[in-house]
Design a protein around this ligand. Sequence first.
Ligand code: CP
Ligand code: NVA
Length: 309
Amino acid sequence: MNKNILSLLDLTKDDFLYFFKRSLDLKKRFKQGIPDRLLLGKSLGLIFEKKSTRTRLSFETAMIQLGGTPIYISTQDTQMARNEPIKDTSKVISRYVDAVAIRTSLHTNIEEFAKYSHVPVINALTDLFHPCQVLSDLMTIIENKNTYKNIKIAWVGDGNNVLNSWVNAAAVLDLNLIVACPDKYSISNEIKKNALSKNSKNSKNVIFTNNPKEAVKNADVIYTDVWASMGQKSEQKQRIKDFKGFQINKELVSKAKNDVIIMHCLPAHRGEEISQDILDDPKGIFWDQAENKMHMHKAVLEKLIMDNI
Ligand code: CP
Ligand code: NVA
């Protein structure tokens, strides 16, 4: 397995399968009250330049439950605030901790950090990708549908970091993914090309459209995310206009299969990309998604840290 997870293209199909099995197993053991203290004495550094509730806490609790210690490294209170170069920061921090989870804007920042780190670096979201989110979301799909194979997953909304990671996952796992974004907000050709060239036979499995109704027709899974991501607040008003017709609501959901599950990585803007009632509908599995981030992060931390010893 690769030392780092910066993008889901860092993982092979076997790596994905390993993480699905291990995270589901760890969750079962957790529910039975069986402790897993595999990371006793190990520590995880967390550098979060952007806000986070779920990702930060799920990494922290994952580390604690495995017997290790999470250390939140504030960018404001360290020399990072005084522009110590990423290269030097990485060389130093990776002498202290056993892995680092980073949330930052520029993907090139995390690549630079990883280049000089002695320990595994995990992407906890960049403007380009959110790999661990999609990894745990796939675990949640398997939990609900028993498999990810031949499951029609419809993405409706913005061509953002989470979608980029879905397209990467589709390339490795042969997912049946249909993506509906307004033309102006689709993902870049580079992401499409890089992901799909990984295994050309997959290209037929990812379909791009600008029609949400076409995307959700007979879908097993409907997935959405905010129309304006972190850092795009000034575009929010314009985006609300541009994304008209892309809201996940009762009418759109009625076109999917009866047993459709609705997913959102959260936080949601209630009444924008998803209606109030759908967020409170039992077809929505948002809260399981949030919980499963912790179980998946346990599987990821355990594997990357133990492999790097
Ligand atoms: N889904 C997710 O990454 O949420 P946070 O921004 O709260 O971490
Ligand atoms: N696309 C969102 C995801 C938040 C978890 C953002 O980047 O803000």
